[in-house]
Design a protein around this ligand. Structure first.
Ligand code: ADP
Ligand code: PHD
Length: 462
């Protein structure tokens, strides 16, 4: 049993979908069971988020124009894939497009967009692409049936926008899919979305289709999960920033989580978590070159070199809380409590040894809110007086389990950046010792990533 994930680029046009379907068909025709898990066509999720926002703000003309483009794109793609105008799938796509339109009109009339209604609108991207993959598979002679995340058994909590699977999902998924396998049907599951116990649609966070695939993989105890990509695999850094980036042959679950957390766009940060318990391997493979092994991700750490990859997160800010924090540990606890209550994730933390201040790196999307929550929490405390806010920050991280116990790694990184004249604003090393992260000014990010990549000789193939 192989679970295969296809992202937006690999679902981006009729031609791309045909190629992706060919990869599934190849496996099924070898007698292997497969589940295809698909993302929305490229750009569709972003468009739906904009459409939802413009309906809320009363700009229905913009929403209508974008919906018309989405309608044409999906109907034309279905047609190009060979769906007959009166076929069941074509009817399903038309119905979905109409329900989407009505939902957007509802938001416009109410001028109200809750996280729940935003998730409902955004879910149409994947709900519309799954039937397209089913059509392409049918054309290749593979019996296929498309399902939403909820229909496939992905039961989640109610955390709209960032939902997590409930333990029951892992029993429900096999119950929902095994009947299809029994009938020789390949399930095509809409990625990124799940359903609460009450039947409301949730999303698993941006890039969540990887997570859908691994949740299904764990629930079905699949042999492997394959995330097909438009790159050779997980690379030593973002190939768009450093063209010399190389494919990494092997990563551990811990290493990929660290990479994803520190900004490598290639996988959802939680994607491997469901696989760990059953030690199911995840492969990141190139759709353009399916015979290439890509990256194999397992529980085992291969320490062939200390640093495996360099990543960067942009669009972050530093908040520094200062004053007389010395000897008042409750103040530090209050800082983290306040952020936790407001559900604001913190990317990096540093505390001066005198406890005179605490600096936090926070994504721009949450930074203003973090600042106002902290100011409000300490409004009556005389001890905490200074709040500093630095914008245009980036975090660069190096990752590798081989760093543990290796000497001179930090020194090499710092001197490589010093040679480029890059100023380090914050430094942090995880206690696990397999990442070092640095906050720098955003304008230095490309130079810093290139310098770190070169210093650890990552342009040399494994
Ligand atoms: N370390 C990395 N390894 C591979 N790709 C990376 C890395 N960092 C950033 N990327 C970028 O991530 C892209 C793949 O992610 P994404 O487009 O979200 O995939 P998908 O839509 O298939 O899930 C690549 O095209 C690449 O530019
Ligand atoms: N469509 C969703 C989910 C996803 O995983 O997409 P992709 O595989 O194209 O990154 C998003 O854009 O976030």
């Amino acid at each position: 049993m192989i679970i295969m994930k296809f992202g937006g680029t690999l679902m981006g046009s009729a031609q791309a979908i045909q190629h992706s379907a060919g990869l599934v068909a190849h496996t099924v025709q070898q007698g292997e069971r497969a589940v295809a898990v698909v993302s929305a066509m490229s750009g569709v999720t972003d468009t739906l988020i904009k459409v939802a926002g413009s309906a809320e703000n009363g700009d229905i003309a913009f929403a209508n124009d974008e919906l018309a483009l989405l309608r044409n794109r999906h109907l034309n793609t279905a047609h190009e894939l060979g769906a007959a105008p009166d076929s069941h799938t074509m009817l399903e796509i038309r119905e979905l497009l109409e329900t989407l339109r009505q939902t957007v009109v509802g938001v416009y009339l109410l001028r109200e967009l809750s996280p729940r209604s935003r998730d409902l609108i955004v879910s149409f991207g994947e709900r519309l692409s799954a039937p397209l993959m089913a059509i392409a598979l049918q054309q290749l002679g593979v019996h296929a049936h498309n399902l939403t995340g909820g229909q496939a058994g992905i039961l989640t909590d109610q955390h709209f926008g960032n939902a997590r699977p409930l333990p029951e999902a892992f029993d429900r998924i096999p119950a929902r899919l095994e009947g299809l396998f029994g009938a020789g049907i390949t399930p095509v599951v809409a990625g990124f979305i799940g359903e609460t116990k009450e039947g409301a649609i949730t999303t698993l966070g941006r890039g969540g289709t990887d997570y859908t695939a691994t949740i299904i993989g764990a629930a079905l105890k699949a042999d492997e999960v394959w995330a097909w990509k438009d790159v050779d695999g997980v690379m030593t850094t973002d190939p768009r920033m450093v063209p010399e980036a190389q494919n990494i042959q092997h990563l551990s679950y811990a290493e990929i989580m660290e990479l994803a957390f520190f900004g490598a766009k290639v996988l959802h940060p939680l994607a491997v978590t469901p696989l760990q318990e059953h030690a199911i391997p995840l492969r990141v493979k190139s759709a353009a070159d399916p015979s290439f092994a890509g990256t194999l991700i397992t529980g085992k750490a291969v320490r062939n070199k200390p640093v495996k990859a360099v990543t960067a997160i942009r669009q972050v800010s530093i908040i520094t809380v200062g004053g007389a924090l010395v000897g008042v540990p409750e103040t530090v606890a209050e800082i983290f409590d306040t952020l936790a209550r407001a559900q604001i994730p913190v990317l990096m933390i540093s505390q001066s040894s005198s406890m005179a201040n605490v600096s936090l790196v926070i994504q721009n999307a949450y930074a203003r809110k973090a600042m106002s929550e902290l100011k409000a929490a300490f409004a009556k405390a005389d001890l905490v007086r200074d709040f500093e806010f630095q914008e245009n920050i980036a975090v660069v991280a190096i990752v590798g389990e081989g760093m543990r116990g290796a000497r001179g790694i930090a020194a090499k990184l710092f001197s490589a950046l010093a040679e480029e004249g890059i100023n380090l604003l914050m430094i942090s090393q995880g206690s696990s010792e397999f990442n070092i992260s640095l906050a720098i000014e955003d304008r230095d990010v490309a130079k810093a990533v290139q310098a770190a990549h070169k210093a650890f000789e990552l342009e040399k193939a494994d």
